[in-house]
Design a protein around this ligand. Structure first.
Ligand code: SAM
Length: 275
């Protein structure tokens, strides 16, 4: 650990097994000239191999002590380091500055993995792909299909923007300190031109949240504040179904239909609109 005491608040479990470092870097397959960005380089386990393959790397690290160590170890021609919070970092701006879509890599701090993925999903136009290591259960939720226990808000909100593949599992023993759970590496590739057209993204997000807020509720009840059973039927959705039964395309169809017939900030039922 080279004298560094891992900070739990920054989710510091450092990758210490060269076998998994190689597998992750092979999965990314970085090439010179690409806009490669590491989130949370930490003690540099992945950083050194990424630089060896790409020549230059951008990185965002929140821990000042680790940032100072990274600056000592890597030259400015190898590493451009942003001492910043990745949750607030403007990745779109970095992509514009580099005139290239970003390839993001990270053994992500588990305590912020979902908000970080939502932050990155907010602007997929500036992304080429993401390779992230997360808690295995989170990857299961990201890749889940409808009518399975892991399918939920995270599945729908990410699958509407990305093709997601689970690549391989990494056991706790590969890290120092060892986490209590297995991890998994996932690849997320923006759908680009194949992404479904969302007429009103905030409305879509609110619908998905409401549909999964209480999983056992039927959509008729879970979405009562947003739409009527007739709205659901008009979008070819059974009001007695549950959120977990709807495919991503069903949520898109419903949100676009509500957006088309309302055009308001907050989704209203048709009854309210015409009242
Ligand atoms: N990449 C290293 C590795 O594989 O060994 C470290 C991984 S460790 C799980 C997570 C890293 O992300 C730590 O270096 C931590 O300081 C950093 N980190 C935690 N929260 C962060 C945030 N909000 N923004 C940027 N970096 C963060």
């Amino acid at each position: 650990m080279h004298g560094h005491t891992p900070r739990r608040r920054f989710g510091q479990n450092f990758l210490a097994d060269p076998h998994y470092v190689r597998r992750i870097v092979d999965a990314v397959n970085p090439r010179p000239g690409e806009a490669l960005v590491e989130i949370g380089p930490g003690l540099g386990a992945l950083t050194a191999d990424l630089i060896a393959r790409a020549g230059h790397l951008q990185a965002v690290e929140i821990d000042r002590d680790l940032a100072a160590r990274l600056r000592e170890r890597f030259s400015a021609t190898q590493l451009t380091l942003f001492e910043d919070d990745a949750l607030r970092f403007d990745f779109a701006r970095l992509s514009a500055a580099l005139s290239a879509p970003l390839r993001i890599v990270g053994n992500l701090p588990y305590n912020i993995s979902s908000p970080l993925l939502f932050h990155l999903a907010a602007d997929t136009a500036s992304l080429r792909d993401l390779h992230v290591m997360l808690q295995k259960e989170v990857v299961a939720r990201m890749t889940a299909t409808p009518s399975t226990p892991d399918y939920g808000r995270l599945s729908v909100m990410l699958q509407v923007k990305f093709a997601i593949a689970r690549l391989f599992v990494v056991p706790p023993g590969a890290f120092t300190p060892a986490p209590k759970v297995d991890s998994a590496v996932a690849r997320l590739t923006p759908l680009g031109a194949h992404a479904p057209q969302l007429d009103d993204e905030p409305l879509f997000a609110r619908l998905v949240s409401a549909a999964f807020a209480q999983r056992r509720k039927t959509l008729r009840n879970a979405l009562a504040a947003c739409c009527t059973p007739d709205d659901l039927r008009a979008a070819e959705i059974d009001p007695q179904a549950r959120g977990e039964n709807l495919a991503v395309a069903d949520f898109v169809r419903l949100a676009n239909q509500l957006s088309g017939c309302q055009g308001s900030e907050k989704p209203l039922s048709r009854g309210e609109k015409y009242a």
